[in-house]
Design a protein around this ligand. Sequence first.
Ligand code: COS
Length: 383
Amino acid sequence: MDYFLTEEQQMIVDTAREIAREKIIPVRAELDERNEFPTSILKDMAKADLFGVFVPEEFGGLGGGCFEIVLVLEELARGCVGVATSFAANALGIFPVMIAGSQEQKEHYLPDIASGRRWAAFGLTEASAGSDASGVRTTAVLDGDEWVLNGTKQWITNGGEAQIYSIVAMTDPSKGPRGASIFIVEDGDPGFSYGKKEDKMGIRASATRELIMKDCRIPKDRLVGRKGTGFITVMKTLDISRPGIASLGVGLGQAALDEAVVYAKQRVQFGKPIISFQAVQHMLADMAIQLEAARALVYATARHIDGNAKEVSKVSSMCKVFASDMAMKVTTDAVQVLGGYGYMREYPVEKMMRDAKILQIYEGTNQIQRNVIGQELNKEYAA
Ligand code: COS
């Protein structure tokens, strides 16, 4: 399907596709095997200006929006979702500053993000705050000219690799969601350290660690937005980042379909390539239908967000659910088309199926997304 990209958007796609083909695909199995963070690939992405795609021009970026981010993520995910997640987490980590930060904070942090000099991460999740984002226990108390943070963040993507962290902490625990605030914590801040790297089923090239704050002292001006508005900023952040997760599903689904079709054309059984059997053709057709429907929904949602549409939560959750469920199904079917070979580490579809699972879990489980959609429908029809 032709989505009529502008010349600039096509250039962004071509750049990301080349990075996937030249830098990611040749090493993805090794990164997966070794649980290794793709430092040098992220540096290549920085050189190619990909980090600047979503940063406004006045802060040194290319001034793209959600649509440009999903284009980049789709191409990177065709190579490896673990590598693409490391890039995506950087955007997620800096969105709070872009949404609610002061002019000084934007001037201080965004040029570094745009150039890829420093990387970012988002610290919301805790042992007791997963789906229930308002269950955060980390606290922040003002002491003179400094905030003092105490608490532990769990499963933080880019943890230990990023230099800039958006941390959600309670400034007034008695107020629930209205008592949460966001702070910038930097690598090297006193009292800030990392836990061990997690050993995951998939997206093993991405780094997942705990962030530990023990009397972590940061300057007063690291508060992002007004005190008590952190939960709303988190929700707004997730609204614009979830289409990115959906686009990882689209890229991954495309990669799995490509592998399945190429294999089905080559594999001969009963004297014919298996693609000539209707049972296989129908599987491939269903994969292609679901994939294109997901891509169309993701692109439409990203354009809806970039057009400053008023209500974005519902469609953002819709595309996250649809594309991640599609990716799980399409990668599972790709393994089925490849049969015994598909189950072997030697072929890439086995990793693709492992990588797909997280898309249904992180940045809000698909059950939470359905809650958001259901609540929005309830509101709309009551009006
Ligand atoms: N944009 C702006 N404001 C929003 C919002 C959004 N998308 N969603 C909720 N809010 C506001 C509400 O309007 C409400 O404000 P008031 O107190 O003024 O009424 C406030 O935020 C609290 O909202 P709500 O009562 O709906 O919060 P809940 O505690 O019920 O939680 C869910 C809502 C489940 C949607 C939220 O906790 C969530 O998204 N959880 C998943 C978190 C997640 O993605 N975790 C993964 C780790 S992050 S990578």
